[in-house]
Structures are given as structure tokens and as C-alpha cells.
Design a binder for this molecule. Structure first.
Ligand SMILES: NC(=O)c1ccc[n+]([C@@H]2O[C@H](COP(=O)([O-])OP(=O)(O)OC[C@H]3O[C@@H](n4cnc5c(N)ncnc54)[C@H](O)[C@@H]3O)[C@@H](O)[C@H]2O)c1
Length: 350
């Protein structure tokens, strides 16, 4: 008799769900999406058609009444927490899009509930599953970087501002580029640094271009009235091990590249830049540098992320992106906003 497939319920059937989560689950023979919930019935129906199910709901609590093993949350950021908590409360393992939540208090509430119920909880940080991410991690594991004393994180776009309300309305997103794309490069960088604990942050978050009409946007027009998040943020972070980090994030800025998403490590043994996967070092007084050879082919990082979560559920492994790591990432982003509001360096919550 064949083993029962993992039964997956999807909450939020919009852009990222249709583009990569549903195809990722469809790609796994050991799993099936059995229902979709979205505030918009039309969106739920569209997502359900791609997933191959007819079960659609406009209230996720109704979805949770189905026989489910896993819940996949792909709503706008601020709607993550109620959906994740309800799914965990009902005994389901949860994978949730980034940022898991916009405050450390919410991440802790989710994480402690998951732990108490012995459920898996994973933040969907797909950059860890990219070819360059895997190669960089292998280089760090081989001891080629050594103790990291400084890092740079950049998530800077020239003019790729996501126009939908789920991103530009702070009531739905909880933050601008800092939360949206800063979180990708920051998580990747922290992962390569082996997650030191952030202790103090000085930061700024401001809206430079998005309220005006001077900048073109590669993704078209957006609602200036509704726009209520930063379009640029920067931060300086101190870690408990003495390491430091500079972070910059923008949806709009004057730079020649359309997007720079990067993390750069400065270690005592060597330097490493992602996603270029370039390294530099010096041995016996001689400089050396080059590009890492990929250790694995990764055509679909998002699919690998979904597969890694299914594997951790099916084989009782540790979450590939545990909340104890995510809380440090969100702690830094939360502290950047807090520091920007107070004009002073702030302690990182956790
Ligand atoms: N990993 C990535 O590369 C990546 C890329 C884009 C977006 N994201 C993340 O994915 C999430 C969704 O982004 P998106 O671009 O798909 O947004 P979207 O607006 O296209 O889709 C979100 C959907 O959630 C639905 N929704 C909102 N509140 C809900 C609720 N309470 N219950 C059920 N459905 C609800 C909306 O109706 C909408 O259809 C965000 O957290 C975003 O940060 C990640």
C-alpha cells in the first residue's frame, strides 16, 4: 500500500504562491495541495486550479478544518502571524514566506508554539537554496573564511518598487525594502556568519523618492497616498562576538544597476562575496582570489526550499530555516526601524 501523501493547505494564493510555491509542491510526488484560502475567491480559484484542487475558501479558518499535515502561508507580511499561529494551534507544520513576522515578539510566539507542539516551522528564505548560496556555505564550512569580523549586506534597487498594497501599505507589509528584500540578503549573510547574536543597532529608514513623481518605476505606477513605508534603510550592527555589519536596502535609488542583492564577508582567513561567489585570501604572503566552483546544480531554489521542508516533516529533521535563526534577522530589521524612530542606537530584541 502506498504511503499517504503530505496534505498541504495554502493560505494566500497570490503572486509568489502561483509562481513558485504551488509549482514547488506540484513537483513533489510525496505531497499534494488539497485546499487554498485567499481573501479573494477569484485568486483562490486561480491558485487552486494550478494546484489541481477544487477546495477553495475565503476564510483560512475554514481551510484549517480540512485534513491537513502542512500549511503554507503566502499572505502579505502582516497577515503571516494570525495564519501561522492558527495553523500551528491546529497541529499543522508550517512553512511561511519571508519575513516570518515583522516583530521579534511575533516570531517568538510562533516559535515557542511550534516547539511546544513539536511541529516544524520554517521561514521561506530561498536564497539559502540558490546555487551560489550552497557554494558559499560549503566554502565557509571548509574553513576558508575563518572568523568573520565584518560583513556588508546590500539589497539596493534602482527602481523596482513593488506597487501592490501588500508591499507599500505599512498596515499590510510592516515595512518597505528593509523587510522585503533586506531580509533576503541579511538572512543569507547571517547564515554564512553562523548566526552570531546581534546586540546593538543604529539605523535609519526614510522615504526619499516614493511619495514623489520624479522616479520612473520598472514595475509601473503606485499609489502615493497609500505609500506608508520607507524606500531606503540603512543600519550598522554590533554582534556579541565583536563582529560588525553594514546594511543598506532600497526599492529606489540612483545607481547604475537595476538590483544589487549581495552579502560580503570579511574573515580572518579570507573574504567571500555572494552571489558572485568570489573569494579572496592571502597565503604565505601571496594573494589569491577566484570564483567558487558550484557544488550542485540548482535550477529551482524555491522548489528546493519546499522539498527541504517536506523532507524535514517526513523524516523528522530540524527545520532548514528555524525560528531561532529568523528571530535574529527580524531583531536587526526591527531595531533599524526603532533606531530610526528614536534617533539613537538601540538594543536588539530577541
Ligand atoms: N521569496 C520571495 O522571493 C518572495 C517574492 C515575493 C513575495 N514574497 C513574500 O510572499 C508574501 C506574499 O507576497 P505576494 O507577492 O505573493 O503578494 P500578493 O499580494 O500577490 O498575494 C498575497 C495574497 O494573500 C491574500 N491574503 C491577504 N490576507 C489574507 C488572509 N488573511 N487570508 C488569506 N489570504 C490572504 C491576498 O488576497 C493575496 O491574494 C509576502 O510575505 C512577500 O514578502 C516572497
Amino acid at each position: 500500500m502506498s504511503k499517504r501523501k503530505l496534505r498541504v493547505g495554502l493560505i494566500g494564493g497570490g503572486g509568489i504562491a502561483q509562481a513558485v510555491h504551488i509549482p514547488g509542491w506540484n513537483n513533489l510526488p510525496e505531497a499534494e495541495i488539497v485546499g487554498v484560502a485567499d481573501l479573494s475567491e477569484a485568486t483562490a480559484r486561480k491558485a487552486a486550479a494550478i494546484a489541481g484542487t477544487k477546495e477553495v475558501f475565503t476564510d483560512f479558518h475554514e481551510l484549517l478544518k480540512l485534513d491537513l499535515d502542512v500549511v503554507d502561508v503566502c499572505t502579505p507580511n502582516k497577515a503571516h502571524t494570525p495564519a501561522v499561529l492558527a495553523a500551528l494551534e491546529s497541529g499543522r507544520h508550517v512553512i511561511c514566506e519571508k519575513p516570518l513576522a515583522v516583530t521579534t515578539a511575533e516570531v517568538r510566539a510562533m516559535g515557542e508554539l511550534a516547539d511546544a507542539k513539536e511541529l516544524k516551522l520554517m521561514t521561506a528564505q530561498h536564497q539559502r537554496f540558490t546555487q551560489s548560496g550552497v557554494a558559499a556555505r560549503a566554502w565557509v564550512d571548509a574553513g576558508k573564511v575563518g572568523e568573520v569580523y565584518h560583513a556588508r549586506v546590500r539589497a539596493m534597487r534602482r527602481a523596482w518598487l513593488p506597487p501592490s498594497p501588500g508591499f507599500i501599505d505599512g498596515k499590510l507589509s510592516g515595512g518597505g525594502p528593509c523587510m522585503d528584500i533586506g531580509v533576503h540578503a541579511l538572512d543569507l549573510c547571517m547564515w554564512l556568519m553562523d548566526f552570531p547574536t546581534p546586540v546593538r543597532v543604529s539605523g535609519t529608514a526614510k522615504t526619499v523618492f516614493a511619495k514623489g513623481h520624479d522616479m520612473p518605476n520598472l514595475w509601473g505606477e503606485w499609489d502615493r497616498e497609500r505609500y506608508s513605508v520607507e524606500d531606503f534603510a540603512s543600519g550598522f550592527v554590533h554582534f556579541d562576538n565583536g563582529a560588525t555589519m553594514v546594511l543598506e536596502a532600497a526599492w529606489m535609488c540612483h545607481q547604475p544597476d537595476n538590483e544589487e542583492l549581495m552579502a560580503q564577508l570579511f574573515g580572518k582567513q579570507g573574504g567571500l562575496a555572494w552571489p558572485e561567489a568570489t573569494f579572496s585570501t592571502a597565503t604565505n604572503g601571496i594573494f589569491a582570489q577566484g570564483t567558487l566552483t558550484p557544488t550542485t546544480q540548482v535550477p529551482h531554489p524555491h522548489w528546493n526550499e519546499i522539498a527541504a521542508f517536506a523532507d524535514c516533516v517526513l523524516n523528522d529533521k530540524l527545520s532548514p530555516v528555524p525560528w531561532t535563526e529568523t528571530i535574529k534577522v527580524i531583531g536587526i530589521l526591527e531595531a533599524i526601524y526603532a533606531s530610526s524612530n528614536t534617533g539613537a542606537e538601540v538594543a536588539v530584541k530577541g
